[in-house]
Design a binder for this molecule. Structure first.
Ligand SMILES: Cc1cc2nc3c(=O)[nH]c(=O)nc-3n(C[C@H](O)[C@H](O)[C@H](O)COP(=O)(O)O)c2cc1C
Length: 203
């Protein structure tokens, strides 16, 4: 694909509950990415009921939920990944999403968002960035945490500074993801040698 074509962005909602604050953040990111010209898919992990990944169990490959997340990840040029902070980490369902993936994330770009009860979100954001990097993906060098006081009682995001920062992430992911993917795909054609860099591991 060329850097000028429509960006394909998958937004991952890492909340495990229907009424979570993560959903307001995901909706804002999706609206902004769409406004920026991207084709957007939202993966709502609380709806998918992914099983816990069992390493080596090939029967899981045939499950509709597993097929769905692998297809949307392979389709995407880039990701906006939103996690609730659970015990200083990403949510279990989001880590499980990562565990089903690897090559689908390689050479892709991601922005990371967190929703916390009151903490700064650094640990959950770092956890997401680390897992993405271990799948050979690249992440935006800044990120956003929305804390409980940034929402009203109905779960609407009411802190405009935080909302603007989420919009900034979405614009940047739409901007950079296609460029990075096309660069990585070109490097893959060089084969497994050192000149292909990290893409050489994915030929
Ligand atoms: C199991 C669990 C662990 C949590 N751990 C943290 C934490 O370490 N730091 C924090 O600030 N909030 C923590 N929280 C609060 C959540 O991050 C907060 O409720 C957030 O809004 C959850 O996202 P959701 O509303 O989309 O479900 C925790 C909540 C749960 C249920």
């Amino acid at each position: 694909m060329s850097a000028g074509s429509t960006a394909k962005i998958t937004i991952v909602s890492g909340s495990s509950r229907l009424e979570g604050r993560v959903h307001a953040v995901v909706a804002l990111a999706a609206d902004t990415a769409t406004s920026a010209g991207a084709a957007v898919e939202v993966v709502a992990l609380h709806e998918l009921c992914l099983p816990v990944m069992i390493y080596g169990d090939r029967s899981q490959d045939d499950l509709p939920a597993v097929h769905s997340i692998r297809r949307s990840a392979a389709w995407a040029d880039g990701f906006i990944i939103c996690t609730p902070e659970y015990h200083g980490n990403m949510s279990g369902c989001l880590k499980n999403w990562f565990d089903f993936l690897y090559e689908e994330l390689a050479g892709k770009f991601a922005g990371v968002l967190a929703v916390t009860g009151g903490g700064g979100g650094d640990m959950s954001i770092t956890a997401v960035k680390t897992s993405f990097a271990w799948c050979h993906g690249f992440t935006l060098p800044y990120h956003v945490a929305a804390r409980a006081p940034d929402f009203d009682v109905e779960g609407n995001l009411v802190n405009n500074l935080v909302a603007d920062r989420i919009r900034r992430v979405a614009y940047d992911v739409v901007r950079y993801a296609p460029v990075l993917r096309s660069t990585f795909e070109a490097a893959r054609t060089l084969g497994p040698g050192v000149q292909a860099g990290v893409a050489g591991a994915h030929t």
